[in-house]
Design a protein around this ligand. Structure first.
Ligand code: NAG
Ligand code: NAG
Ligand code: NAG
Ligand code: NAG
Length: 432
């Protein structure tokens, strides 16, 4: 007995020594991963920090795109890594998994990340400027923190290495170099981590708000330290049969996350809507999806007008004083006439009634109102015009300080409702 425990003791010391000498990086099998979420105050974009490559590799900030197909960033000559390798066009398994659109080469004399011959191509999209660029499908190691506090090396993580050109990052938050996609695509982070570490294919998103001292948000992949009891509202994730990507193959379904909103209530009164806009038609139009790229929820113009009308009626009965609108919003009030509550400004609640869920998603003032200046607060929804591809695009502001759990195995969205109800926020995840 004694001898086996002293062997164990020596073994532990050896492990500590290895971990210590390697800056606590591990290749052991973690059960869940954790990435921080920052919010850029100028652009309202959410971004995270990743360490890509090795010797030297690079630490960089990348914008989080919940519907994004893959990781991409600029290989602008400053990116150098011994573990980098391009994916050859002869590797049909990897190229097909990534849905490559062709084969690219580089006229440059030197081979460096982003300039290689016979490389499968991807088309990274800049959603702020709506422009497509080109990049080579590549693999390199990605270092991600696991929930046990260690850093884990994810070998051969697929991404698109973009040869930079003028304007390709127009509209991106200062200091960011690309995008991290979290969609259901095979080469996006959630599926890759699930495949490589045999962890459940699910992740949760807790976006931080703009309020001062709100701290950081979190992405948990594989499971989280929050209790499953905090995810009380559950609704199916639905597949849009027609891709919503800027470039795709005929027959491809969308890799973005859609849910079925059945109706909308303002202060418990059902808003009269053309409900056929809420379902996805055969051409992939209509329905409701999530986007971390849009700062505010965008509504089909007829839904927008109906919700604003109902909200304005209720607000008038609460003696909220309407003032001139401040773009891009269409309904604003004098802040002085709005009380504050534990869930933000005390305004009429907006409910999204969800498929198969008894409780609606209740949007309180913290997630519905935007303080545009000292004296004015506006309803944080935006008019999407009369022919949008998707009728409701739930934007960042409406998701903040809520836990949204995307479970790809059961195809369900779990939802916590505002964490402010529990006197907490995304930055206090350990207290859930
Ligand atoms: C790619 O191939 C072209 C044509 O064969 C050649 O001129 C060029 O130097 C090659 N580039 C690299 C980076 O190997
Ligand atoms: C969008 O990006 C392109 C590059 O694809 C750039 O040339 C252009 O100036 C950008 N446009 C805007 C409006 O920012
Ligand atoms: C309701 O929306 C559908 C889908 O856009 C449209 O075809 C239909 O004409 C609309 N109905 C009414 C009454 O506006
Ligand atoms: C919420 O938290 C604040 C600050 O931690 C505390 O002062 C307050 O009493 C708490 N309220 C409730 C209802 O728990």
């Amino acid at each position: 007995m004694a001898s086996s425990s002293s062997i164990y003791f020596l073994f532990s010391i050896a492990i500590l020594f290895i971990l210590g000498s390697n800056a606590a990086t591990t290749t052991s099998k973690p059960s869940a991963f954790l990435l921080p979420i920052y919010k850029d105050k100028a652009t309202l974009q959410y971004y995270t920090n990743i360490k890509m490559g090795n010797n030297p590799g690079m630490e960089m900030n990348v914008v989080i795109d919940l519907g994004g197909l893959f990781l991409w960033f600029s290989c602008d000559g400053t990116y150098d890594s011994q573990s980098y390798h391009p994916v050859s066009c002869d590797d049909s398994a990897k190229c097909e998994a990534a849905k490559t659109m062709g084969c690219i080469s580089c006229l440059g004399p030197v081979t460096r990340p982003g300039c290689t011959n016979n490389t499968c191509s991807l088309s990274p999209f800049n959603p702020f400027n709506k422009s497509l660029s080109g990049g080579g499908l590549s693999e390199d190691q990605l270092v991600v923190s696991s929930t046990d506090g260690l850093k884990t090396i994810i070998p051969s993580f697929p991404f698109a290495c973009v040869s930079p050109f003028t304007g390709y990052l127009d509209g991106f938050a200062a200091g960011t170099k690309g995008m991290l996609g979290l969609s259901r695509s095979l080469i996006a982070l959630p599926t890759q981590l699930s495949l490589k570490f045999k962890i459940p294919p699910k992740f949760s998103l807790c976006l931080p708000s703009s309020t001062p001292n709100s701290g950081l948000g979190n992405i948990f992949i594989g499971g989280g330290p929050y209790s499953s009891k905090s995810v009380t509202i559950v609704t199916p994730l639905v597949i849009n049969p027609v891709s919503t990507a800027p470039a795709f193959f005929v027959g491809d379904a969308s890799e973005e996350y859609f849910i079925n909103v059945k109706s909308i209530n303002v202060d418990a009164k059902t808003v009269s809507l053309n409900t056929s806009l809420l379902t996805i038609d055969g051409n992939g139009f209509g329905g409701t999806k999530f986007s971390t790229i849009e700062p505010y929820t965008i509504l089909h113009t007829s839904i927008y007008k109906a919700v604003l009308q109902e909200f304005a009626n209720k607000a008038a009965s609460m003696k909220m004083t309407r003032v001139a609108s401040v773009a891009p919003f269409g309904l604003c009030f004098s802040s002085k006439t709005i009380r504050t509550s534990g869930t933000g400004p005390a305004v009429p609640a907006i409910d999204l009634v969800l498929e198969s869920s008894r409780a609606p998603w209740r949007i309180y003032g913290h997630n519905s109102m935007v303080q545009v200046n000292k004296n004015v607060m506006c309803l944080g929804f935006v008019d999407g015009g009369s022919k949008p591809r998707t009728s409701i695009v739930i934007g960042g502001h409406q998701m903040e300080d809520n836990i949204l759990e995307f479970d790809l195995a059961s195809s369900r969205l779990g939802f916590s409702s505002s964490l402010l109800l529990k006197n907490t926020s995304c930055s206090h995840f350990r207290a859930f």
